[in-house]
Structure formats: C-alpha cells, structure tokens
Ligand binder design. Structure first.
Ligand SMILES: Nc1nc2c(ncn2[C@@H]2O[C@H](COP(=O)(O)OP(=O)(O)OP(=O)(O)O)[C@@H](O)[C@H]2O)c(=O)[nH]1
Ligand SMILES: [Mg+2]
Length: 321
C-alpha cells in the first residue's frame, strides 16, 4: 500500500515539474508581433536602450554602439547612425530615442518595395546559399500571389538533389499550384524552359523559379545560375531576382551573398527566419551593405508566414521596449 502511495506521489510530482518547465520555456520563447508583421524577441535592442540612455554623456555613445552591434546592425550602419544622433546633441533620453529612430529609418531607402511583375508570364528567380530558406519562400510567395488572384506555376530548377524537387512538389500540391520538375542531376535551365512553355500554354500569370543553394565560390554552380537567369528571361527579361537570406546567419551571411549580385542582377531581398533571430538589426545591415531593397520578411515555417517589408513599422518594432 505504502509503495502505491509512493509511486502515485512521484508520478504527480514529475507531472507538475514537466508542466512548470513547459510554462517557463514558453514564456522565455515569447515573441511579439509588430504591425509590419516582423517578429522580434521581447528582450531585443529596445529593452537595452533604457540602459544606453540612462545618462547622456560620452559613455552613452559607446553603450549605443555596443547595443547596435549586438543587434546585428553591422559596423558601417552603426557608425553612421551614432554620428547622426550624436551630432544633434540630444538633451533628454526621449529626444535621443526619437533621433535614433529617425537615424535608423534613414538607413532604409525610400524605394518601391513591390515585386517587379511584368511580362507574360512574369518571372521571379529565387537565389541564395544552401538552406537559407529559398524553397519555403517560393511556396509562401506562391500562396501570397494566389491569394491576390494570380495564377502561379513553380519551376523546380534545383536539380542538384532529388529532395529539392520533391519538397517543392509537396508545397505545390498543398497550395494547389502546378510544379514543373526535371531529372535529378539534369539541366536546371531546361526545367526553366519547360516551365515557361507550360506557363504560356496555360496563360499563367507568374512563374517562380526555385534554384539550388550555392556558394559564390562554386564557379560551376554560379555559371549554371547565370544560364538559368538567361533562359528565365526569355524575350522580355526576368522581372525579379529575389535573394533569400537567412536572418540568423548574421554578418557572415552577408559576406557570403554579396557575390550573387555580380552573377545575376538581384532586385530584392527576402529575409527568411526573422522569427528565429533575436537580433533584428540584420535588416539594416542587409539593405545598406547590399544596396538592394528588402522586400519580404519570412517569420515562420507556415505558408502564410511571409510579409511585405515596411521600414517604418520595422524600426518602431526594433526600438520598442
Ligand atoms: N523559423 C523559420 N524557418 C524557416 C523560415 N524559412 C525557412 N525556414 C526553414 O529553414 C529550413 C530550410 O528551408 P528551405 O526552404 O528548404 O531552404 P533552401 O534555401 O531551399 O535550402 P536548399 O535548397 O537546401 O539550399 C527549413 O527547415 C525551413 O522550414 C522562416 O521564415 N522561419
Ligand atoms: Mg531548396
């Protein structure tokens, strides 16, 4: 009898402990969603600014520099931002915060962040390094365009490995859009050619081309990418070359993708995995380092977790306490 009581008490104690651990870990992982759709961790840059501006003296700028670098804003934008705030000699913490907000906002170009959709069909080529989030972004984007009433066809030009095409095929079935695939190890540009023919025959509005992940120093794959881009352009040219970047890869990730611009004319950046980055400042670094507008932000693994990028909403969210 005593043994039974002992077992029951132990089981209840373990169950309570598990529930407590789950609740605590969920609290720790809590994310906040801003009006622009970008999610930032509750303990981000905004919270640190209270300490940064606790006093306004020469140390303030060192503290601000540390906070911006820790948020992944990157060295060059950080220097510019601090200079802009400092040169206006704010007298109060509130004034300093307002100036900081303007200075960060000024890092973003006032440019059209819509996708370039022209041509019949319009063509979007999606590029990036291995595992950055290309295929998932292609699927999310297709879903987004379908919801806007457009017909979409996907081209699985990742012939590098069979799993690449299969992954896109599964997404295509899930969102109800056709997918043109090729043979594993086959010519990626040939898949694009077939996809364009198929799209024209069916009067499809937009073709999205998913490509294999590659590094800029892989010459063969970069040459393949140029060929894919050439063929995707057909007679009218490619509307949008979207570079998908992993927000969690930080400044190193930026160095890796810079060379893509010399192979193909990158016209927009989709920043994937922003939900996994506690350091939202990477968006500032991306735009000023690559000189290409951030157009889309991926905030999760589900099909609807893709938002148009809104700089003002983003800055408000980044700096919010
Ligand atoms: N949390 C989160 N995960 C994402 C997001 N986008 C993609 N992922 C995940 O990142 C992983 C890689 O995504 P893929 O879309 O396969 O990346 P890829 O660039 O196509 O990879 P390769 O084709 O191998 O180069 C998958 O586990 C995705 O679910 C995002 O916005 N948030
Ligand atoms: Mg892929």
């Amino acid at each position: 009898m005593e043994a039974v009581v002992y077992v029951v008490v132990s089981v209840v104690a373990v169950a309570v402990a598990v529930v407590v651990i789950l609740l605590v870990s969920r609290r720790g992982a809590r994310v906040e969603t801003d009006p622009g759709g970008v999610e930032t961790r509750a303990t981000g840059l905004g919270a640190r600014l209270r300490v940064v501006f606790s006093s306004l003296d020469s140390d303030t700028w060192t503290r601000l520099e540390d906070a911006l670098l820790a948020a992944d804003v990157g060295p060059a934008p950080t220097s510019r931002i601090i200079e802009r705030v400092r040169s206006q000699s704010p007298k109060t913490a509130q004034e300093a915060r307002a100036l900081l907000s303007d200075a960060v906002r000024a890092e973003f170009a006032d440019t059209d962040r819509g996708l370039n959709l022209w041509g019949e069909p319009s063509v979007i080529v999606v590029v990036g390094v291995n595992g950055s989030g290309k295929t998932t972004t292609v699927a999310k984007l297709a879903h987004h365009l379908v919801q806007q009433g457009k017909s979409v066809l996907l081209a699985a030009a990742d012939t590098y490995r069979a799993a690449g095409s299969e992954q896109l095929d599964v997404w295509g079935q899930r969102i109800g859009v056709p997918v043109v695939t090729g043979q594993e190890g086959g010519d990626a540009a040939a898949v694009v050619y077939d996809a364009l023919e198929s799209a024209r025959a069916r009067s499809i509005d937009v073709v999205i081309v998913d490509t294999a992940g590659r590094l800029h120093d892989n010459k063969n794959l970069m040459e393949e990418l140029k060929k894919v881009h050439r063929v995707a352009g057909g007679e009218g040219g490619v509307g949008e070359v979207l570079l998908v970047l992993d927000a969690t890869a930080g400044q190193n990730g930026l160095a890796q993708v810079r060379e893509f611009g010399s192979a193909v004319p990158v016209s927009g950046v989709a920043l994937a995995k922003m939900d996994g980055s506690a350091r939202g400042g990477i968006v500032v670094a991306v735009e000023s380092t690559l000189g290409v507008p951030v157009k889309l932000v991926g905030t999760g693994e589900t099909i609807s977790a893709l938002d148009p990028f809104d700089p003002s909403a983003f800055v408000a969210s980044l700096l919010a306490e």
